[in-house]
Design a protein around this ligand. Structure first.
Ligand SMILES: [Zn+2]
Length: 200
């Protein structure tokens, strides 16, 4: 289809214009109009039945391949999920129950750790003797930054058990822990200020 190129195109004649700039603009617009007129938009032809079927088959094949891979690599996970879903269906409160069980173990684990780092094997604050485990935390005695990063919040109890209760930690209540942190920050500032003085 080279009609557009071979056909004699109408000449563009601009008769009324104000200045060179206006003439240039009008000429460009006329050229564009002429081009559009000589190049009608070609619509994509409707796919034939054969083409449609081929496309569908290609998609089906892709889906089959995808499913096969999923089955191959995730057999165990799938099986576990299936069991879990079945249980949840049989018991509408299954997920809630499961959460309770998980929380129970988590709290037990936390209590074991707090007791180990407390006093006389009981979960109490080493500074003031406060004994409500809900407000007790594990404190890094020398505040080791590297250990701190490793023992991100929530994982610390798990981590300490796994490391077989290493040295350098103690049980504190939230108040004592906050106060300790407050003083540590203050001391750090004083130390820095003094350092600046001796250098100055
Ligand atoms: Zn305390």
């Amino acid at each position: 289809m080279q009609r557009g190129r071979t056909r004699e195109l109408p000449e563009i004649i601009i008769t009324s214009f104000t200045d060179a700039e206006d003439y240039r603009k009008q000429y460009a617009a006329a050229t564009a109009r002429r081009y559009r007129a000589s190049h009608p938009r070609k619509r994509k032809p409707e796919p034939t039945e054969v083409e449609k079927a081929a496309k569908l088959e290609k998609r089906r094949q892709y889906t089959r391949e995808y499913d096969r891979k999923l089955r191959e690599n995730a057999e165990t996970r799938k099986e576990l999920n299936r069991k879990r879903v079945e249980r949840a269906k049989a018991d509408p409160h299954y997920l809630d129950k499961r959460r309770v069980i998980v929380q129970k173990y988590r709290r037990k684990r936390r209590l074991v750790v707090l007791a180990h780092y407390g006093a006389d094997g009981t979960p109490v604050c080493r500074h003031c003797g406060f004994d409500d485990p809900r407000a007790l935390v594990i404190d890094h005695i020398n505040d080791d930054g590297a250990v701190h990063r490793k023992t991100a919040k929530g994982l610390i109890y798990f981590w300490l058990i796994k490391q077989n209760f290493p040295e350098g930690f103690q049980t504190l209540c939230a108040n004592c822990n906050t106060i300790k942190e407050y003083e540590r920050t203050h001391e750090k500032l004083i130390a820095r200020a003094l350092c600046g003085l001796t250098r100055g």
